[in-house]
Design a protein around this ligand. Sequence first.
Ligand SMILES: Cc1ncc(COP(=O)(O)O)c(C=O)c1O
Length: 371
Amino acid sequence: MNPATRVNAIGLSPIRVFSQGAPADAIPMGLGEPTWALPEPARKALAAEKGPCGYGPNAGLPELRQAVAQWHGADAEEVLITSGSEGALFSLLMAWLGPGDELLVPDPGFAAYPILAQLTGALAVTYPLCRSERFRLDAKAFVACLEAHPKVKAAILNHPGNPTGGGASLEDLCAVAEACRQRGILLISDEVYRELHFGTRPASLRDANSYGIVLGSMSKGWAAPGLRVGWAVGDPQWLTPARSIHAFAVTAAAAPCQRAALALLEASDEVLPQGRREIATRWAALASAWQEYFGAILTPPAGTFYHWLPLPVARDPMAFCLRLRDEAKVVLVPGTAFGEGGRAFARLSFAARPEQIREGVRRMATLWGNP
Ligand SMILES: Cc1ncc(COP(=O)(O)O)c(C=O)c1O
């Protein structure tokens, strides 16, 4: 028997496949997850679990919904707690897209967006980011794509973005939100990296406009990807159908994890600056090793723990990243894993430990000028 046709075009995540094939002693600069310890408030909350371990309400524990609402300046009814922000993406797209529809996604962009569109039967179409401004959102290019694709029913922004670390100005967010509002398009602003910045906290879609849905997560800034707790915030009119999908898919995010998430959110004043110190230390390790081995000065991204690295010209990026992985023993993700716009790039995750980053850069330099 064959699996359903919707599975045909999807396999494992290309990032996972690339990382899993690496030699055992390779330096891991592929996966995008914090490598520092789960913060104390979450560990304490998990250790304090006792009594029945119930399912909890489908939309999430009321106290966590309330805390997330407060974080975003929203009401609790405007919050859906999900199994990671990936659970929110899946549920929103399943609820609002179907065959014949189109989803507008950034290129380069997070590899899950087009795959999730495909699962709904819809097609992903792409908008470019502003390459000359370090892959920032360009509202004009976004709106031009909306106009060229009348079947678009939903669109995704991601800022700071994976894989480029590019940001979005408040002005561009306003322009994009207005264009989507006029056309009645569901706008999803994926802001899971917002708290991992290098000085200035990036703008949120919620600062620009009350239109659209903002996604957040415990996975990046709060350093707890294994809790699998994320959320969607916005008009309940968009969220209610997504809540039904999420309820039938997974019932609810795990209740003990939601209690740990609440503890983390309540301790944000300590946990988030600590996360930013961790990425600043790692960035410093990358920048100083880069200067030492490549003689060049790097500038940090708007946020995230990704450096979007131009590859040496005239190299096939996939073949070059395979040589980096198997000969130099350092894992980067080839830019093509994030769309056609990533053809001349690789994503370097500096979430790894500082000593691994220094050694990874040293190993990369051995292959760089060596065809
Ligand atoms: C841009 C972006 N959005 C969403 C996610 C999903 O994160 P989670 O489901 O852990 O919240 C990721 C994970 O890497 C991501 O990079």
